[in-house]
Ligand binder design. Structure first.
Ligand code: 13P
Length: 249
């Protein structure tokens, strides 16, 4: 009942010539059962939106400001993302939480802004290596889930991305059991807080060193509805291989 979702986060990568990869990705029809989202840097949003028009690929932003407009030099509002053709926005990525000192209350305010602008919020959460080693993973995730997601979530406006910080860009991936434990926990918490309708229809993505050669195994885990992919989303070939693995899972 949940559609699968392959989301690519280009982070601070990509000049105009990188759009050739998006063009190549969009040229192959999307699998029937899988949604595809690409989140390029803000400078490429409008051009990217033009490229994917009429294809199975949607475009998203990587962050938004909590306010609709105003004196916030360098920031981008959710309305601006929507105006540039975005359908979704990543919020609360660990790189934002770390480098820009974003806490759960900021993430929650940004998610509200995204929803006011009609965007799906892809809300990220994940534990550090120290937290994992101290056996605090579920406490951390439970806290981030409670603090980062506003009350009026639906299965359409919310996607949760579980991204263990120690797995991002490291080539280190949690075991299947570790991924399953956290995804089951997130599902149970979503159901408890929002009821089974929202809890069972919200997509939960895994992110952190997802590659073509580990995708099939990761997607075999129950409650993994897709992936938030960094490095491997930068080339159409690798991202397509991950999308194919997801649609076949
Ligand atoms: P990598 O796939 O490069 O590890 O990045 C994951 C990520 O942070 C996606 O948001």
């Amino acid at each position: 009942m949940r559609r699968k979702l392959a989301a690519g986060n280009w982070k601070m990568n990509g000049l105009g010539d990188a759009l050739a990869e998006l063009r190549a990705l969009a040229a192959t029809p999307a699998p029937q059962n899988t949604d595809i989202l690409v989140c390029p840097p803000a400078t490429l949003l409008s051009r990217a939106s033009d490229i994917v028009k009429g294809t199975g690929v949607a475009i998203g932003g990587q962050d938004c400001h909590a306010r609709a407009c105003g004196a916030h030099t360098g920031d981008i509002s959710a309305d601006m993302l929507a105006d540039a053709g975005a359908r979704a926005v990543i919020i609360g990525h660990s790189e934002r939480r770390d480098e820009h000192h974003e806490h759960d209350e900021h993430v929650r305010a940004k998610a509200r802004a995204a929803w006011s602008s009609g965007l799906t919020a892809v809300i990220c959460m994940g534990e550090s290596l120290a937290e994992r080693e101290a056996d605090n993973t579920l406490d951390i995730i439970g806290g981030q889930l409670a603090g980062s997601i506003p009350d009026n979530a639906t299965g359409e406006n919310l996607v949760v991305a579980y991204e263990p910080i120690w797995a991002i860009g490291t080539g280190r991936v949690p075991t299947i059991a570790q991924i399953g434990e956290v995804h089951d926990f997130i599902r149970a918490r979503l159901e408890r807080r929002f009821g089974p309708g929202v809890g069972l229809s919200t997509r939960i993505l895994y992110g952190g060193s997802v590659k073509p050669d580990n995708a099939t195994e990761i997607f075999s885990v129950p409650n993994v509805d897709g992936a938030l992919v960094g490095g491997a989303s930068l080339t159409a070939r690798d991202f397509r291989a991950i999308i194919d693995a997801l649609s076949a899972a």
